[in-house]
Design a protein around this ligand. Structure first.
Ligand code: URA
Length: 170
């Protein structure tokens, strides 16, 4: 029904990119406002990052796929230039891919979330003059289904906090 473009501070140094809006996001036209969004907000507030202040959030796909199905590879390919340009315009110093689908769409890596979470890789699009740091975290919807993985995510969040401090954004 609605385009879900982005939310948060467009001048933020940290940008999060999820997969696609769900029903709540579609209704409100904002990313990550449903149950998994509430968990995402809570997780990032623990390390001092809030969309009202210092993070910006968007998704690879700006519309809710019918029935919440996974976006098709063709849909993802069609939307990719738009999220890449979106990242270029926000111009963050740190990109956080939220969930495996976001990694798959934004990077050409064959490695999934289990291998890439907690690691830092350079991220660059054709329109960026230099690469930025990027990492990945488990999707909060997955954490709601598998709370046992919250321990790993807590470590990933502390790693992000530490990296931001090293970059002078404590
Ligand atoms: N899941 C996502 O990946 N993005 C949203 O905006 C909401 C749920």
């Amino acid at each position: 029904t609605n385009l879900v473009f982005g939310d948060g501070n467009p001048n933020a140094k940290v940008m999060l990119v999820g997969e696609a809006p769900g029903a709540d996001e579609d209704r409100l036209g904002k990313p990550f406002v449903g149950l998994s969004g509430q968990l995402l907000d809570k997780m990032f507030s623990f390390i001092g990052l809030e969309r009202s202040k210092n993070i910006y959030i968007s998704n690879v796909i700006p519309w809710r796929p019918p029935g919440n199905r996974t976006p098709t590879p063709q849909e993802t390919a069609q939307c990719l230039p738009f999220i890449q340009r979106h990242i270029e315009l926000i111009n963050p110093e740190l990109l956080i891919m939220v969930g495996g689908t976001s990694i798959k769409a934004l990077t050409s890596s064959n490695d999934g979330i289990v291998r890439l979470r907690g690691k830092w890789k350079p991220y660059q699009t054709e329109g960026m003059s230099s690469p930025i740091k990027s990492t990945a975290i488990f999707h909060p919807a997955y954490l709601l289904r598998s709370p046992g993985q919250k321990r790993e995510t807590w470590a990933d969040l502390l790693n992000i906090k530490h990296t931001l401090a090293e970059m002078g954004h404590a």
